[in-house]
Design a protein around this ligand. Sequence first.
Ligand SMILES: NC(=O)c1ccc[n+]([C@@H]2O[C@H](COP(=O)([O-])OP(=O)(O)OC[C@H]3O[C@@H](n4cnc5c(N)ncnc54)[C@H](O)[C@@H]3O)[C@@H](O)[C@H]2O)c1
Length: 258
Amino acid sequence: MAEINGSIALVTGAGSGIGAALVAALNREGAKVLAVDRNADALSQFSGDDNVIAHVADVTSEEANVAMCDRAVAELGGLDLVFLNAGVLGRPRELHRDPYVAGDLDLDDFRAMMPVNLDAVVYGTIAAAKAMAAVGDRPGGRAIVATASTAGLVSWPATPFYSAAKHGVVGWVRAMAEALGRQNVTINAICPAGVATPLVGFSADDDFDTNRLLSPTQVADAMVATAAGAETGQAFSVVAGRDDVRQSHPFNEVPGFP
Ligand SMILES: NC(=O)c1ccc[n+]([C@@H]2O[C@H](COP(=O)([O-])OP(=O)(O)OC[C@H]3O[C@@H](n4cnc5c(N)ncnc54)[C@H](O)[C@@H]3O)[C@@H](O)[C@H]2O)c1
């Protein structure tokens, strides 16, 4: 559970879509934000905003994750909320509806996607946990939220690589909750269904069917609610056309294990 007002937040993939909406939502709630993206042009939207520092970095390297956390502490005075949100699709969108057999899948798509969608979440979690520990206790609590996908909860045959990475993100937050709980940090996964962002071919001004697709702001609100909430080690789905912002995803037990 983390108090949002007065917090220091870090958002990766902040230049576009869900990440950009999240920076705005956090500012509205009284947080200062280190906005991280590899695309410097996309980060220029925050220039002149006193509550946002733009930080250009490719989050696929361990060093970049350490450096972004260090900068939040050095220039914003701490690190309370970390949103590990940067992501790419991997398998090109135009192939998604084509029938294919396993041998048609291009392993270069897999190799390009895993470092952003899964490795960066692992590096970011560990770098954030160390930076938070170095700052010392925060009475208002701290939170990490990783952006997975509904493709990390159910089968998504359109792109099995992406589905595997997002299942990995969900497994990571579930398994890390106990360790992070010892330093009063929650960690959860947010699992949106389709969101109208450039990732899936939508620009900010495009109209879309709100019963079929979410707006980036709806997902951002669900992420802020997740950071503020008491739950940890959970996955929350966010699906268009529902009244509730997010739904806690139930997992089955394995009888006899652990
Ligand atoms: N749009 C959807 O339908 C949808 C659904 C479920 C989950 N998601 C997830 O939501 C997250 C955000 O996606 P979005 O839809 O806002 O996409 P987007 O393409 O609009 O934004 C993603 C941002 O991440 C940045 N980025 C990509 N690789 C990076 C790297 N290596 N280092 C730093 N920045 C990097 C991009 O420059 C871009 O600004 C992703 O993890 C995505 O997988 C999206």
